[in-house]
Unconditional design. Sequence first.
Length: 105
Amino acid sequence: MANAVSQNGISIRLPDERWEHIIIRHEFLSDKKDLVLETIAQPDRILDGDEGTLMAVKQLEPGKMLVVVYKEESPEDGFIITAFPTRRLSSLNRRRQLWLSPKKP
């Protein structure tokens, strides 16, 4: 199991079972586990997800983003639910933005 620390200072777990789910559905990410964890630790922005989840977003290339959906269950613990690449920027932009990296305009 791998971990990253969210912008809220909470340890976010990536259980092996969730990693298998991610790479089965999105083979593109199979060698990018570190990037998924980095997206939690150093996102470009964080969006409000569904049902209490958060969405960490990092640009992969112009017009293509990596989205990591996770949940902070307590002040000490959380877990990654899924991750996926997307070009559907308008869908992301409709969500409420909770945090923006000071490095991003």
